[in-house]
Design a protein around this ligand. Structure first.
Ligand SMILES: Nc1ncnc2c1ncn2[C@@H]1O[C@H](COP(=O)(O)OP(=O)(O)O)[C@@H](O)[C@H]1O
Ligand SMILES: [Mg+2]
Length: 321
């Protein structure tokens, strides 16, 4: 089968470029970024590009102004890399960069704000409330009770499952909130959805398309840090073992979520599918992992897009309007 994506990918121009590969950074996902960066560097070199690696936490960003690359490839994750900060810096330096721009990056990083936009775009997302660090415990409890137990408590703006707790009863709420508040002054209390966990990669800007729905089978209670980054701790199944109609709905909602947040080039949308087929969107990742065990490269491969083709496609997104 020749997929629609292979056609899109292979028709892209491929001029040799001087690429500044940004990797590392100072977020809690630094180690993951270094792993993504190593894979991306090898691919960019295989593609014939001239690569300079820049670690914003070590080299600073001034080096970008001096080296004047044709484009910056962002293999960063989390704070300062995925949240619009480095994107703003690159805008000011006039250096084209991969993936979403300032607005989409900042919005996608904040789950509370993202969910408001999902609601406006009719992208179904689990009911939730947001509480802030200064709220009285009784108020937080009342708000959590309005969502019901079990619920999921997460920092509004962190990634990679740092500070997330599944709260089964009211007695466990205070500790979960305290953990979430270590990462962010706002915590999201979201209805717990039991079902199949899936994620959908999206490629494109003006006419984005979904990659096949990928099912995540964690060996731990949920898709936590350990199951995300330890090889063998979670299994990826493509296409997801859910009814065809639910898969189509996941792909439709992924594109809708990507467009709702104004993402550019690529993203990966996390969701849960209930046994009834109801799909709930959790979040959009604007700089999803590109390591050997990452989800997006696996979904692309299932569509006939090699890792190198994916990296070239992402690089080209730096020039999307
Ligand atoms: N509402 C929810 N219901 C059930 N599980 C959830 C819910 N929210 C999060 N999870 C679990 O926690 C993981 C991380 O949550 P997510 O919202 O994707 O944040 P992040 O990946 O940014 O840390 C999910 O992949 C899922 O396993
Ligand atoms: Mg996630």
């Amino acid at each position: 089968m020749i997929s629609k994506h292979v056609l899109v990918v292979s028709s892209l121009t491929h001029r040799k470029m001087k690429v500044a590969l940004l990797m590392g950074g100072s977020s809690s996902e630094r180690e993951i970024s270094l792993m993504s960066g190593a894979e991306v560097e090898a691919a960019l070199r295989r593609l014939g590009h001239d690569v300079i690696t820049v670690d914003p936490a070590v080299d600073g960003v001034a080096v970008l102004a001096q080296s004047r690359p044709d484009a910056a490839f962002l293999a960063l994750h989390g704070q300062y890399g995925e949240d619009g900060c480095i994107q703003g810096t690159l805008e000011m330096l006039g250096i084209p960069y991969t993936g979403s721009r300032v607005l989409a990056s900042a919005v996608a990083m904040d789950k509370t704000v993202s969910k408001v936009l999902f609601g406006a775009a009719e992208v179904s997302t689990p009911p939730s409330v947001t509480v802030d660090r200064s709220a009285a415990p009784e108020l937080s409890l009342a708000r959590a009770q309005s969502i019901g137990f079990p619920c999921v408590v997460k920092p509004s703006s962190q990634g990679s499952t740092v500070g997330i707790t599944i709260v089964k009863e009211s007695a466990a709420l205070a500790d979960a909130l305290e953990l979430a508040f270590r990462s962010d002054p706002d915590a999201l209390i979201e209805k717990y959805i039991a079902g199949t966990e899936v994620t959908v990669g999206v490629l494109g800007t003006r006419d984005p398309r979904a990659l096949p729905t990928l099912e995540i089978v964690p060996t731990n209670e949920f898709y936590d840090w350990d199951s995300k980054y330890t090889p063998g701790k979670s299994e990826h199944v493509v296409p997801a073992r859910i009814p065809e109609t639910a898969r189509a709905e996941c792909e439709r909602l992924a594109v809708k979520a990507h467009v709702a947040l104004k993402c550019r080039g690529y993203s990966r949308v996390d969701m849960i599918v209930e046994p009834s087929g109801q799909v709930w969107v959790l979040e959009v990742n604007t700089l999803p992992g590109l390591t050997k065990v990452s989800l997006l490269p696996d979904a692309a491969r299932a569509e006939g897009i090699s890792f190198d083709q994916l990296i070239q496609t992402i690089l080209n997104s730096a020039f999307d309007e």
